[in-house]
Design a protein around this ligand. Sequence first.
Ligand code: NAD
Length: 356
Amino acid sequence: MQAKIVLLPGDGIGPEIMEQAVRVLKRVAERCGHTFSFQTEAIGGTAIDTFGDPLPEHTLDACKHADAVLLGAVGGPKWDDTAPALRPEKGLLRLRKGLGLYANLRPVTVYPALSAASPLKQEILSEGLDLIVCRELIGGIYFGQRETKTVDGIRTAYDVESYNETEIARIAEQAFQLAEKRRRHVTLVDKANVLDSSKLWRTVTKEVQKEHPSVTLETMYVDNCAMQLVRNPARFDVLLTNNLFGDILSDEASMIAGSIGMLPSVSLGEEQVHLYEPIHGSAPDIAGENKANPCGMILSAALLLRHSLGLEEEAVRVEKAVEAALEKGLRTADLAAPGASIASCTTMGDAVYAGI
Ligand code: NAD
């Protein structure tokens, strides 16, 4: 297998965790007889500093011509006061839009070795946890009309949540297809008791379900879902939701898994190029200190092997190497119990590397 992978390390801890993921991919290539070529491009704050643009044209172009794209994270306080169009996050939103990545899949599982790191009681976790958040990624309030203005001397701002049936149907289709390969249950999370956009989500999702009769569909208000996720997370299989609710709920779900630093994601679209990234941000509070947990980034590389390159055995190999490192007792600071010894980002990376 030959593959060209574009790397976008980004800002903050992005470059540190990316280094560990690339080592792992190189090890997989070496052990399994593949040839991966890597091309590093700028995005986010570092791209603003170098090129005056959070997503330079050549970065987007390189991504469009890759077999897959691996991203660290973008953003940081250095760029907090830049103009909205020049914020690092704008680069990521434009990348998702530019690659047409409308579906973000975030698998959430609890590694047995990490059950003590989860804030949930053991009896809740003992029911098991294996869910996927299927979040719409390039529509809704993050891309809607917005304005800040002064009306009659009073500062006022609005952001518009808008979806059309096409945008809803294509992500619903992804969710049902996913559920067909899993436990055949989709939960649509919305606020249909208040929002017209949510009512349209319900109508369209029920229409899409007719094409997938083996999958059951339930609907749930987002406030209830936030509660059910900590009360009984085992009840969920595929959780389908919009951009805003998905952003919030997947962070909540990540804590069940022990740390936000553990979770990978894949963003899929109509084109063949998919984007892989951990679900966390650039963690400026620990950047450059070799403290970051690289597992979410390494597990994103495993998803890349599986979804973009069709290398299932290699993906499992990486996932098992992460699990083995955790079973040996290695814990980065975000996972460690108070007083326990703490592994650095590179130590955790070394252990995963050695396990492949
Ligand atoms: P964050 O996810 O960066 O950090 C939240 C907390 O989790 C911090 O305490 C951080 O130290 C910790 N954390 C995150 N990842 C970790 C890891 N791998 N290992 C150990 N600890 C980890 O969220 P934030 O603080 O709200 O945002 C920081 C910056 O990241 C902001 O500029 C924000 O806009 C940006 N951001 C980027 C993305 C992205 O690139 N996809 C996503 C979210 C936030």
